[in-house]
Design a protein around this ligand. Structure first.
Ligand SMILES: Nc1ncnc2c1ncn2[C@@H]1O[C@H](COP(=O)(O)OP(=O)(O)OP(=O)(O)O)[C@@H](O)[C@H]1O
Ligand SMILES: [Mg+2]
Length: 349
């Protein structure tokens, strides 16, 4: 039987049919932007942590607008178009007006844009995603875009998206005063919400529903690592590759993926160690358990003298970063013994 219905649905670039738990924000933003058809212009600033549907929501709205409304939309990620000239050129080209090959100056492109917009019989919404990129460099294009409504009949709205709420404070005063911006906060998803989102993606991706527990583990993994949906999707995607020849996505496949992630992280941490800590991990790398005195003696034999106290400090640090485990014996009569060993991969978090 076929395993994937649509494998693409697990990719972060895929724009799903529905965006659970963003309905309220989508409606709110779409309502504001729809007013452009009545000649009203209102800019929007969306902020919130990574991977919680900011870009997806605006693309979702734009898709709706393109199908059902009299509003033109242009989406620009300012990482890809990071100079005023590049942004203005992209806008003019998106409106189907070619820019001569010889290239134009920024002012010439701006003039061209105004000329084009004067002829436009539709409202226009321009999204500047990851706008921080722009704020830290040249803000002039924002100034130009914000003032453009003075010259054209149909309104132009700007939607800005960022991870940081206070980014607007970095704007020059002349820009701040012409912002006319409505702020929309995107809050992180709860575990239940993350589960719903991943469940919906699974419905689109797989012929057969994954085993009970699969989505919960992936959702939990994403939430404990900052709440980015992409992390949950990546977990599902990798597990689905392992699962494909079994015909059904199961908990064991997800566990395999998570263990791989842990061991990669552990190798990465190990490779970043230096000096005493690197030597300690070398000694412990056969997973044998040592008492603190045994470990100290072994260390001195192999790597030369170090005081027991100094070694203890390094051991504590390795414990703090989660590379080794330390247990104390309960027998207090003959003095407490401390047992040290490298953390087992499968327990490594
Ligand atoms: N409510 C949702 N329903 C379905 N998929 C979602 C939802 N929220 C986020 N996603 C998915 O999660 C991934 C990341 O979302 P998105 O790109 O919108 O994040 P973002 O908030 O723009 O993050 P960043 O700040 O890093 O740009 C995308 O694949 C998106 O489709
Ligand atoms: Mg984004």
């Amino acid at each position: 039987m076929q395993f994937f219905k649509n494998q693409e649905a697990l990719s972060p670039e895929y724009l799903p049919e529905i965006l659970p738990h963003r309905e309220a924000q989508i409606k709110y933003i779409a309502d504001i932007l729809s007013r452009t058809t009545k000649g009203l212009s209102q800019n929007i600033f969306i902020f919130g942590s990574p991977g919680i549907g900011k870009t997806a929501s605006i693309k979702f709205i734009f898709r709706q607008f393109q199908e059902y409304s009299n509003i033109d939309t242009i989406y620009i990620n300012t990482w890809d178009y990071n100079t005023p000239l590049a942004i203005l050129t992209k806008i003019v080209i998106s409106l189907n007006y070619p820019i001569p090959r010889r290239g134009l100056s920024k002012d010439e492109v701006l003039e061209k844009l105004i000329e084009v917009l004067k002829k436009l019989k539709k409202g226009l919404v321009i999204c500047l995603d990851e706008v921080d990129q722009l704020f830290s460099k040249d803000q002039s294009v924002l100034y130009d875009l914000l003032r453009i409504n003075q010259y054209v009949d149909m309104p132009v709205c700007i939607v800005m998206i960022s991870n940081y709420k206070d980014i607007l404070l970095k704007l020059e005063p002349r820009i701040q005063s012409s912002l006319n911006v409505e702020e929309v906060e995107f809050k992180p998803y709860t575990l239940e919400e993350m589960k719903d989102i991943l469940n919906e993606r699974c419905k689109e991706a797989f012929v057969e529903k994954p085993e009970e527990g699969v989505v919960l583990i992936c959702a939990n993994h994403a939430i404990t690592r900052g709440g980015d949906v992409r992390i949950g999707l990546e977990c599902l995607r990798k597990a689905s590759i392992i699962a494909e020849h079994d015909g059904k996505l199961k908990v064991e496949h997800v566990r395999k993926v998570l263990n791989q992630i842990k061991s990669v992280k552990m190798d990465l941490m190990k490779s970043n160690l230096q000096g005493v800590e690197k030597n300690l991990v070398d000694i412990l790398s056969n997973y044998k358990t040592f008492t603190s005195t045994e470990l100290w003696k072994e260390y001195c034999d192999r790597f030369g003298g170090i005081s027991q106290n100094a070694l203890t400090e390094h051991i504590k640090r390795l414990q703090q970063i989660g590379l080794i485990s330390i247990k104390e014996s309960r027998k207090e009569s003959r003095g407490r013994k401390v047992f040290i060993r490298l953390m087992k991969r499968k327990k490594f978090k």
